[in-house]
Design a binder for this molecule. Structure first.
Ligand code: HMG
Ligand code: MG
Length: 296
């Protein structure tokens, strides 16, 4: 059944900015603060990964230290291993996320290990986080296609999602990492996963590379999915997935949801302003069609 409220999980400061050449620390902090001021309650603020792999996120500790924390906002971090978890704890992240893939090719290129090895790595991380009452989110990448392995069997997406869920992640974010999915395929994949992971524990993380993200989300809303990952101004992508530029813009999703009478708790005007601001810092117009239509 279609939800009457959707929770936006904003990934711009991480999934977006991990793909930009160099963004000054002050602009990153401003972005996170502006998103919170717009009413966004869940903000992926950075990642604690190897700076050799993703130098753009090397200052995540500083971002966490300097944002003006709102008590009702969860500031989260991506953590690939125990070292990442320790850094996230030092930074006082409100939650962390492990990230696995449904394809071997992507797992190797993104985190330099097989899917099984990545899960072995996540076990102690999740256990430690649980012992500290720190919520752990789980990503599954390449659910609708992989830049290296091509088509991915839905059964693999279901298998990896179920493993992560059983390990104790509170939510599974299903990534269309390169945005190749189409509506029926997206819906079938989500439906299949929901046989093993309750629908209310699923989130959609659809990139808009092929212009399909809104259509794909629309196709899944009637299944009851009520958490969606987006990136303000459409910032983003993944350095290990060529062509993955363009997470769905948060503004575009919010406009569609509000138009459908679905509440997000977000002030679209302020959200668009946050997107314009970071886009100016990057020296380009906002990648959100809605923000462009609204004007600056
Ligand atoms: P590795 O080279 O196999 O492992 O990398 P390593 O243990 O040999 O570490 C290499 C170096 O990194 C060492 O330093 C470690 O100390 C250091 P050296 O001894 O050479 O000086 N290191 C770390 N430094 C800081 N923080 C850490 C850390 N761990 C090791 N946590 C590793 C393995 C997983 C570390 C690496 O592959 C990595 O960091 N990968 C992250 C890649 C990444 O961030 N990708 C983008 C995010 S995923 C994504 O965007 C998809 C998503 O949006 C969903 C979707 O769209 O589908 C989530
Ligand atoms: Mg992504």
């Amino acid at each position: 059944m279609r939800p009457d409220k959707v929770s936006l999980f904003e990934v711009g400061p991480r999934d977006g900015l991990q793909n930009e050449k160099s963004v000054p620390l002050a602009d990153k902090i401003q972005l996170v603060n502006n998103l919170a001021d717009a009413g966004v309650k869940r903000i992926e603020t950075g990642s604690f990964v190897s700076p050799k792999w993703v130098p753009q996120m090397a200052d995540s500790s500083d971002v966490f230290a300097r944002v003006a924390r709102h008590a009702d906002v969860s500031y989260s971090a991506l953590t690939p291993n125990m070292r990442g978890l320790e850094a996230a704890l030092d930074a006082k992240a409100d939650e962390v996320a492990v990230f696995a893939a449904a394809s071997e090719g992507f797992s190797q290129r993104n985190i330099n290990c097989s899917i099984e090895e990545s899960i072995e790595r996540f076990i102690p991380l999740i256990e430690k986080a649980k012992s500290l009452n720190l919520p752990v989110r789980g990503y599954v990448s390449c659910t609708l296609g992989c830049p290296y392995d091509g088509d991915i069997p839905v059964s693999e997406v279901v298998r990896v999602s179920e493993i992560l869920y059983k390990l104790g992640v509170y939510e599974i974010s299903l990534g269309d990492t390169i945005g190749v999915g189409t509506p029926d395929k997206a819906r079938n994949m989500v439906q299949a996963v929901s046989a093993k992971v309750p629908m209310e524990k699923l989130a959609l993380h659809f990139h808009d590379t092929w212009g399909q993200a809104l259509a794909n989300i629309h196709a899944c809303l009637d299944l009851g999915v009520s958490t969606i990952d987006t990136s303000v101004a459409g910032l983003g992508g993944c350095p290990y997935a060529k062509g993955a530029s363009g997470n769905l813009a948060s503004e575009d999703l919010v406009y569609m949801l509000h138009g459908m009478g679905i509440d997000t708790g977000i002030d679209l005007q302020k959200l668009a302003a946050a997107g314009h601001k970071i886009s100016q810092a990057l020296g380009r117009p906002s990648g959100s069609k809605v923000a462009q239509a609204m004007g600056s």
